[in-house]
Design a protein around this ligand. Structure first.
Ligand SMILES: [Zn+2]
Length: 192
């Protein structure tokens, strides 16, 4: 079975702080590590074919250094933060040896519509979200930081730290249209 991992969360090293690590902005805890979750489902990190990253913030990329052999799938606007400038997270350094694909549109990962990356810039210049259509779940959208809370979606609230407010609104509109049950059709939709 082909494998893609979508974001790697906070660093597993946080598990060494049972009461959490209190930065100035957040209290961060890691009760269950990514490594242990992979082991639990019998997946070795080197078996993962694609490392698809929604964006490069540290709470989404903390264990990228575990996934050494995967091809990185990232929108082109995020690359300056990965290879071409200062990295935002030391975990990204090891990705310099990974193959990578610079996306500039939606991407049908396995070509069968089961895993589709959707461009949704605004939170960061190259944010992407993930659409899944799996036998066990049916269609699911992992919206990551397009919406931080339900109320962001309900009130179209855009956090002050997003890189582009208008782009965020445009992405919200595009993604909402994509998942709208009256227009969404599993069959017959053509994905690139
Ligand atoms: Zn973020």
């Amino acid at each position: 079975m082909r494998k893609v991992i979508w974001d790697t969360g906070l660093p597993d090293a946080l598990a060494g702080f049972p009461d959490g690590n209190d930065s100035e902005a957040f209290l961060m805890k890691m009760p269950v590590t990514l490594s242990s979750q992979l082991a639990e489902i019998g997946v070795k990190p080197e078996e993962v074919e694609y490392l698809a990253l929604s964006h490069l913030h540290g709470d989404h990329t903390g264990n990228d250094n575990l996934i050494k052999k995967a091809t990185v799938l990232l929108q082109k606007e995020e690359y300056p933060g990965l290879f071409e400038g200062e990295t935002v997270n030391p975990a990204l350094d090891s990705l310099k040896d990974n193959q990578s694909v610079k996306l500039d549109e939606d991407h049908n990962v396995f070509g069968d519509g089961s895993v589709i990356i959707k461009r949704a810039p605004g939170h960061t210049p190259g944010l992407q979200v993930l659409f899944l259509d799996l036998e066990e779940t049916g269609p699911v959208l992992l919206s990551v930081d397009l919406y931080h809370f339900t109320k962001n979606r309900e009130a179209r609230g855009v956090p002050a730290f997003n890189t582009d407010k208008e782009q965020t609104f445009a992405s919200m509109d595009a993604i909402e249209a994509f998942i709208n049950p009256t227009t969404f059709k599993r069959q017959g939709v053509i994905f690139k």
